[in-house]
Design a protein around this ligand. Sequence first.
Ligand code: AHR
Length: 354
Amino acid sequence: MKKKVLAAMLCMAMAATLVVGCQGGKESKSAETGDAAEDGGSDVITVGFSQVGAESDWRTANSESMKATFSEDNGYELIFDDAQQKQENQITAIRNFIQQEVDYIVLAPVTETGWDTVLQEAKDADIPVIIVDRMVDVSDDSLFTAWVGSDFELEGQKAGAWLNAYAEAKGIKEINIVDIQGTIGASAQIGRTKGLEDAAKEYGWNLLASQSGEFTQAKGQEVMESMLKQYDNINVVYCENDNEAFGAIDAIEAAGKTVGPDGDILVMSFDSTNAGLTDTLSGKIILNTECNPLHGPRVEEIIKKLEAGETPDKLAYVDEDIFSYGSDVTSVTIDGKDYAVTEVTDDVISQRAY
Ligand code: AHR
C-alpha cells in the first residue's frame, strides 16, 4: 500500500539485518508471535488493533466484530493485540505496529490519558490512528484521525433520569445507592460515574459508596460483598457494566438478600449484552442502558473514506437504546430530547447478536 516504495528500499538496504521478511513492498508480523505475514504485493490493508483486553462479554463481542470485519476475505490483515487491561501493553503494541509499518492503527484505549507520546510517534511515522470505543484525552487533536464510540455520560444521564422516574412511579421515597465503577480513568467509567453523581445531587439520593469493579464479574462480586458488609441499607446498586452486575447479583444473593422489583435491591447495569438482557427480562437487572460494541463496520467505514481520500468525521457517536424490566417508565428526557425505554421481551433478546 502507501509505504510500498519506502518498504522495498528498506528491504534492500537492510536485508542482512531484518528479522521479518519483505515481499511486494510490505511486511508485517503478528504482535504476539512475531511470525511474518506477507501480502504478496496485493492491495491488502494492514490494520494493527490494540484492544483493551477481554474483561467483559461486551469486550468479547467488540473483538469479534473487529475480527469479522478486518478479515482476510475482506481484504485485510489484522494484527490483533490484547493488552490485558494495561496501558503499558497498549503502548508497546502501538510501537510494534509502527515498526511493522501497518497502514492503520486502531486503538481501544484503556484509559483516557497518557497517549500523547506514543500517538506523536505514530503521527511522525505517518500512520493514521483511529480511536474506537473509549476516548483519548490528548493535548493535540491531530494526534488521532477519527474516533467512533459511545456517549458514556449520556448513558449515565439516561440511567439517572430513569431511576428518578421509576422511584416516582413506584413511590420509593429514599434511594440509598452504591456505584460499582468501571476501570478508573476509562471514558466509560468517567461518563457513567458523572451521570450518577449529577443525578444523586439533583434528586437528593444518598450515594453511599463508589469503588471500581474493573468491569469484571469477579471484582464486581468482591466489591459488592464488601459494600454489603459496610452498609445494610443499600436499595440500589449501579453497576457500570453487565459483568459487574452478574457479580453483584451473586454477592447479594449469597448475603441472603434479594434482587428485583419486589426484592431488597434494584440492580442497574450498562451494555445490554444477551446475558444482561436475559437478567433484565427476569427483573434481576431492573434497567440495562445500552453500550453498543459492534464497531468493526464503523471503523471500516472510516478506513474506506481515508482510502478514498475523503475526510471522515472527527467524532462519531453511536445511537444507543435503553432496556428495562417492565414498562413503568416508557421514556426519559435529557437536555430536551426524549429517549424511548424498551421493555425487554423474549423477542428483544432473540434479536441480540451478542
Ligand atoms: O468501554 C466500554 C465498556 O468497556 C463496556 O461497558 C464494558 O463492558 C467494557 O469492558
